[in-house]
Design a protein around this ligand. Structure first.
Ligand code: SAH
Ligand code: SF4
Ligand code: F3S
Length: 439
């Protein structure tokens, strides 16, 4: 009997990739994916715990699902991912949730569902040192997708003091390059034009068994050779581990995109030390210099957050000055949110007042908007190859896509369709988008 599965994903791209693993595992059990929530027999929510507001969104979503269960009492609801790992059976208190599965429990979902069928809730938050979902070919969920994600590692060993990920995802494991290459091949064979390799810290990828000894630049190189007309991206790079070898590999390989996402978190060495980031301001700036030297047209983006323990106005000023010095093209910007269970939660008091955090975040956002606008203005007159992703929201006569540097570009549709590479000359911009004509 075919049952219908509706799966909803929050959080980072690694969750997007994991939902595809889950879809594959449950596909074997005759679950068919639906994008219509109201016809689902099973609703799975893949969750994120990175900040408190990420979890609040999920709680609101669960409230809304109570209504679905009233209409369809047979409906099963499962919480998977990082919040499942963090809260475990606390999530079943509301009589709504039947299944709670952490990021390493997805192979066990079929058994957990059988248990849930008997009316007992099933909870599995065991983390594994080995699980890499070897041998499971993810079932791609977006059918018009021209781009796909492939996990190259799981977990994180860095224990930045503010961060919940090492607790929700467990220890770092590099996946077998064979599995990675097979997944990339499968994406290429189904017409994908862009592949993004994923890990919390892709630079620490290392796979060693028998005759194989591969680091991240080696893996990137092998992946890029599979089809040189397919673009390769990767995220996230940790500044402490980004090597010259990696920067050289990007510089010399045509189809590896000239874009590096390099989360800085703060511009103050004192803060970086409290965060246990294992690099300081000078190290970060030196790495940026190296990138600019070897890849002059490299897009550089970052993550930054304000209001961590004891952050002073002077520390904050350092963040603003570093942002100006680097001239980031784009940034994800946050306020510190204390996460129970982290080192900071017990040792580094969340002592910056909320209104100060808000003020600092506004300053960071305003500065980044200026920097993005400047960076985009500098592209006016240049021509880029853009991979078309879809029809522009504002006009069906326009397409949008991204250039190598990962900037969003809007341009006339003409005879092009999503999935095509298009040469576009930039004529105008805002802080968020480049606009152009066909070149
Ligand atoms: N592995 C990546 C980041 C993953 S989390 C890295 O090390 O760069 C994504 C971003 O969320 C982080 O880069 C950080 O900017 C932010 N973040 C993580 N924990 C946070 C917290 N407790 N409060 C606010 N922002 C946080
Ligand atoms: Fe979190 Fe740090 Fe690991 Fe990134 S590197 S996931 S911020 S602990
Ligand atoms: Fe969130 Fe987990 Fe990713 S906490 S950011 S979904 S690894």
């Amino acid at each position: 009997m075919t049952r219908k599965l509706y799966i909803e994903t929050y959080g980072c791209q690694m969750n997007v990739a994991d939902s595809e693993v889950v879809a594959s595992v449950l596909g074997e059990e005759h679950y068919e994916i639906t994008d219509n929530e109201s016809e689902a027999d099973l609703v799975l929510i893949n969750t994120c715990s990175i900040r408190d507001n990420a979890e609040q969104r999920i709680w609101n979503r669960l409230d809304a699902l109570k209504h679905n269960k009233k209409i369809n009492p047979g409906l099963k609801v499962g919480i998977i991912g990082c919040m499942a790992e963090r809260l475990g059976d606390k999530l079943t208190d509301n009589k709504l949730v039947n299944i709670v599965a952490g990021p390493d429990a997805y192979r066990k979902l079929p058994n957990m569902l059988s248990l849930a069928d008997t009316g007992t809730s099933a909870v599995d938050t065991e983390l594994s040192k080995e699980e890499t979902y070897a041998g499971i070919l993810p079932k791609r969920l977006e059918d018009n997708a021209f781009g796909g994600f492939v996990s190259i590692s799981r977990g994180c060993n860095n224990f930045c003091t503010y961060c919940i990920v090492p607790y929700t995802r467990g220890r770092e494991r590099s996946r077998d390059p064979e599995d990675v290459l097979n997944e990339v091949k499968a994406l290429i064979n189904t017409g994908h034009k862009e592949v993004t390799l994923l890990g919390q810290n892709v630079n620490s990828y290392h796979y060693k068994t028998g005759n194989t000894d591969m680091d991240f630049p080696d893996l990137l190189k092998s992946v890029s050779k599979l089809d040189t007309s397919v673009r390769i991206r990767f995220t996230t790079s940790h500044p402490k581990d980004i090597s010259d070898k990696l920067i050289e590999t990007i510089a010399e390989t045509e189809n590896i995109c000239n874009h590096i996402h390099l989360p800085v978190q703060s511009g103050s060495s004192r803060m970086l030390n409290l965060m246990n980031r294992k690099y300081d301001r000078d190290w970060y700036l030196e790495r940026i210099r190296k990138i600019r030297e070897l890849i002059p047209n490299c897009g550089i983006t970052t993550d930054v957050f304000c209001g961590f323990h004891d952050e002073s106005e002077a520390d904050h000023e350092q963040t603003l000055s570093l942002m100006k010095e680097v001239r980031f093209d784009w940034a994800f910007m946050f306020k510190y949110s204390e996460r129970a269970g982290t080192y900071a939660a017990t040792h580094l008091k969340d002592n910056v007042p909320e209104e100060v955090k808000t003020k600092r975040l506004q300053e960071i956002i305003a500065l980044q908007r200026e920097l993005s606008l400047k960076s985009n203005r500098a592209d006016i007159g240049k021509t880029f190859t853009v991979l078309a992703e879809g029809i522009s929201k504002k006009s069906d006569k326009e397409l949008f896509g991204r250039n190598e540097q990962n900037k969003a570009v809007v341009f006339p549709k003409a005879d092009y369709k999503p999935g095509d590479y298009v040469k576009v000359s930039v004529t105008d911009c805002s802080s968020a988008t480049l606009r152009g004509i066909l070149a």
